[in-house]
Design a protein around this ligand. Structure first.
Ligand SMILES: *Cc1c(COP(=O)(O)O)cnc(C)c1O
Length: 396
């Protein structure tokens, strides 16, 4: 048996739409397929303005540029996240202030958030880890009180929602902060042919500048709408738009979004039902989904009692042909950042960095394969618990 950690899914229409994009005679960005994809997000989720980007990282960089940071401005980012979340803001000259995760799940801890705010704080960047919403009512209230921007890193959060008690409504993730970034990397639920992303602008004040930054600092978009009679260099920016061929690939996936999501959720539930009894015995903890959040089945993860237990589980699965992986190393103690960090301990972040493991999760995984993986995890628990009990070490 060989079960990879991830396998990109093809709906079958990708090549057809890519062929169409090529024969449309327009290969560069902002063509028909780009517009179709952007419109899809605007109408399905009510996002004000969407711009496709070449990656999620690029969408985050656009967010950081739009925040118009000055040297010394502070941006609050969870330490338990992908490098890009922090790097995008660091590149704009900001000081990154790392926040801890919650105890119950890896998302930013809103309860201690306010203690990190100083007069220089400008932005909070909640990351919806595994597509599960952060406590956005709490985060948005704190941001409003201190007049801060909120940029959602929704890279993993396509088609996931937050139930707001304040607004008495269910809100799509990526539609809550002033700005948000999605990723269509091949490891995400849907992909733009390997790399891709989306900038979401929810606050109208940022739309004009977003279009300019997207198009190398020019007012090209206004020119094509006939709003100005020539276009030129008006601001900072870069080339953030993907080629049409990538947008065409993405369109094939978006057309099948509901089917992809349904299948992923079935697999996720299959894992959940089979692993729950083991979790109840204390072998590991299950993923946490608060009442205010939905599950978009981006990821199935477990947290083990210790680093040793996680290492042993990954090894045991690998010996049986199953590739499970861990991530993220705490950013606050990374080689690049540790000497810039203010020295605060971030214990929940470090705990997830040591103990979280991600199980295989992709559209073409079968229920039988999920069951096989769960069986091997069950065997591991029996062996590991017995061994740890003998040396009196098993932590329940
Ligand atoms: C995947 C991911 C990114 C980066 O997206 P890319 O498209 O790979 O550049 C950023 N943040 C988080 C939380 C991610 O999971």
């Amino acid at each position: 048996m060989a079960i990879p950690f991830n396998k990109p899914h093809l709906t079958g229409k990708e090549a057809h739409y890519m062929y169409q994009a090529v024969y449309n005679g327009k290969l560069s960005g902002n063509g028909e397929f780009t517009k179709k994809c952007q419109q899809f997000f605007e109408s399905r989720y009510g996002f004000k303005k969407c711009l496709l980007t070449t990656s999620g990282t690029d969408a985050l960089e656009m967010c950081a540029m739009l925040c118009d940071l000055k040297p010394g401005d502070e941006v609050i980012v969870p330490s338990y996240t992908f490098v890009s979340t922090a790097l995008a803001f660091l590149r704009e000259g900001a000081k990154v202030v790392f926040a801890d995760s919650m105890n119950r799940n890896p998302n930013l801890d809103a309860e201690t958030l306010e203690t990190l705010i100083t007069p220089r704080t400008k932005v909070i960047v909640p990351v919806h880890y595994a597509g599960v919403a952060c406590d956005m009512d709490a985060i948005m209230s704190i941001a409003e009180k201190h007049n801060l921007l909120v940029v959602e890193d929704a890279a993993q959060a396509i088609d996931s929602y937050y139930t707001s008690n304040i607004k008495h409504r269910t809100l799509p993730l990526g539609g809550i902060g002033q700005l948000a970034a999605f990723s269509f990397h091949e490891t995400k639920n849907i992909t733009a042919g390997g790399e891709g992303g989306l900038l979401v602008v929810n606050d109208e004040r940022f739309i004009r500048r977003a279009e300019i930054i997207w198009e190398k600092g020019t007012n090209r978009a206004e020119f094509f709408r006939g709003e100005v009679n020539k276009y030129g260099w008006v601001d900072t920016g870069s080339s953030f738009l993907p080629a049409e061929i990538n947008a065409a690939f993405l369109w094939a996936q978006l057309e099948n979004l509901d089917e992809i999501q349904n299948k992923r959720k079935q697999l996720w539930n299959c894992y959940y039902e089979q692993l729950k009894p083991l979790a109840e015995k204390g072998c590991f903890a299950m993923p946490d989904i608060p009442d205010y959040a939905t599950n978009n089945a981006h990821m199935f993860y477990l947290t083990l009692p210790s680093l040793e237990a996680r290492t042993a589980l990954i090894r045991h699965l690998k010996e049986n042909g199953i590739l499970a992986v861990f991530h993220y190393l705490s950013l606050h103690s990374s080689p690049f950042y540790h000497d810039k960090h203010d020295g605060r301990q971030l214990p929940n972040c470090d705990r997830y960095a040591d103990t979280l493991v991600r199980l295989p999760m992709y559209y073409d995984l079968s229920m039988d394969e999920v069951s096989a993986i769960c069986t091997f995890i069950g065997l591991f628990c029996q062996m590991y618990v017995k061994k740890e009990d003998q040396i009196g070490r098993f932590r329940n």
